[in-house]
Design a protein. Structure first.
Length: 471
């Protein structure tokens, strides 16, 4: 039923697509509330529905520390990033890098986006397919095949307008399904809220803040807040997947209000799914004879498949299916056509040609995304893994954007060297930490990556511009 409704949305909006402005920006005619809900749905995705309960079930509530840095980042993006995107009438936000530095920096920003978004979204798609497969009794390959085909058809025809309107529907379905599941779980707990709180608290599942000064612990308040702030800047200000939703509204002020309003929209939903994870822990503690989930990352889907009545099971399944359809195909394709294909491969073609290439690109990116999701099967904690992947290259992109926004430094090819060097440095630190050779929590990686890119870009920019200037 949910998939059929998506195809209706795709048909209604897709028949109006005439050019890439319509296909990628919806003609900037999307209502603010729809853009806000779509942004929320994109941010939440399957990582919240599947990953948050798994984290609260197996660990605690220390993820809430990330909300503080994330909220501050949204405000800064609204007043620092969004104005320049509207000033230059950007279809792809990497067009700003061309205006500010030059074409080479634009190409590098777009390529880094492809790598980051494809990998991170592959984890999101895997999370959704994992949940749906367990509930429906499918294997992972079957779920991936179905959701990839549905996503390609839905987005290739409907464009960004179909994506944002479906996103609004998704956000509502996430909330309704979560509330229904929370209420049902509450009535399955013996002894009510007091007993549930006691069991969870004694097991350390209700830890919220950790103020230790330990650089090797990613869950401290300092590491979590810093990480969330920089990831928030990178995700909400330099990631075409997120920013594209904010560019579908008519004016800069409307876009700013839309982003800030997501603070009070997304946090309750995230807390809702953390609460579900805590109650799932209490439920299985009180019911040791119940069939336990084989892995923590499967806890929500396992409970839905084995313990929910049919009606609620269908509601949760619909929410997970909707989460799987919210893919980055539109943003990946908009960046490819605007930043790579139009300026480098085929200049001066008709809008009809670019629209055709955009739809072909969605098919290609959809298949790549499915392969990456398939490779994510060994991942244990999908929530933290997604953040690690984003931290690896997100700092490089954020650093060059901040260099353009906060300084008047001239640079272009030096930015490329800075971005590559930053990514290599961040990867080296991640590997050294992983093998225990240094003590550094992954939460600091994006902070280090951003600072390295900014500093190297500032120093190398003028030097490389002189070395490349004609004698």
């Amino acid at each position: 039923m949910s998939v059929a409704f998506l195809f209706v949305i795709s048909y209604v909006f897709g028949r109006e697509e005439k050019d890439t402005n319509d296909f990628f920006l919806g003609g900037r005619r999307v209502p603010s509330i729809v853009a806000c809900l779509s942004f929320v749905a994109t941010e939440i995705s399957a990582l919240t529905i599947v990953g948050f309960p798994a984290t609260a079930y197996s660990e605690n509530w220390e993820y809430v520390q990330f909300f503080i840095g994330s909220a501050v980042a949204r405000v800064l993006v609204a007043f620092l990033f969004i104005p320049v995107f509207y000033k230059y009438n950007c279809t792809s936000i990497y067009e700003f890098l061309r205006h500010r530095f030059g074409p080479e920096t634009q190409y590098a920003g777009a390529i880094f986006f492809f790598v980051t978004r494809l990998t991170a979204s592959g984890v999101r798609l895997y999370a959704a397919c994992l949940g749906a497969a367990l509930i429906m009794g499918w294997n992972l390959a079957q779920a991936l095949l179905m959701f990839t085909v549905v996503s390609i058809v839905f987005i290739a025809f409907g464009g960004i307008k179909a994506v944002v309107w479906a996103g609004a529907y998704q956000a509502i379905s996430f909330f309704v399904a979560g509330v229904a599941l929370l209420i049902y779980l509450f009535f399955q707990i013996q002894g009510g809220l007091t007993t549930a709180w006691q069991i969870a608290d004694e097991a350390g599942r209700l830890s919220f803040f950790k103020f230790d000064f330990n650089l090797n612990d990613p869950t401290t308040f300092w590491a979590g807040t810093a990480n969330a702030f920089f990831i928030g800047l990178a995700a909400f200000g330099t990631d075409q997947e997120m920013v594209q939703r904010l560019l579908t509204v008519r004016t800069r002020k409307t876009s700013q209000r839309t982003l800030i309003s997501t603070i009070v929209t997304v946090i309750p939903i995230m807390c809702l799914y953390l609460a579900i994870g805590t109650l799932l822990y209490v439920f299985y503690q009180q019911n040791p004879d119940a069939v336990q989930p084989a892995k923590a990352k499967e806890v929500l889907s396992h409970f839905v498949a084995h313990s929910l009545p049919v009606g609620l099971k269908g509601l949760l399944l619909a929410a997970i299916i909707m989460a799987s359809i919210d893919s980055p195909l539109s943003s990946l394709c908009s960046s490819f056509v605007t930043d790579i294909y139009r300026p480098l491969i085929r200049t001066g073609a008709t809008e009809k040609h670019y629209l055709f290439v955009s739809r072909i690109g969605i098919v290609v990116f959809g298949l790549i995304l499915a392969l990456i999701a398939w490779a994510c099967e060994p991942v244990k904690n999908i929530l933290w893994f997604a953040f690690k992947i984003f931290s690896l290259t997100g700092g490089a992109t954020l650093g060059v954007f901040l260099l353009g926004l906060l300084t008047k430094r001239k640079a272009n090819r030096g930015n490329i060297v800075a971005m590559i060097a930053s990514t290599v440095c961040t990867l080296a630190l991640m590997l050294l930490s992983h093998f225990g050779l240094i003590h550094l929590a992954w939460s600091w990686l994006i902070v280090i990556g951003t600072g390295t890119t900014f500093g190297l870009g500032y120093l190398l920019g003028p030097i490389m511009m002189k070395s490349n200037s004609p004698e």
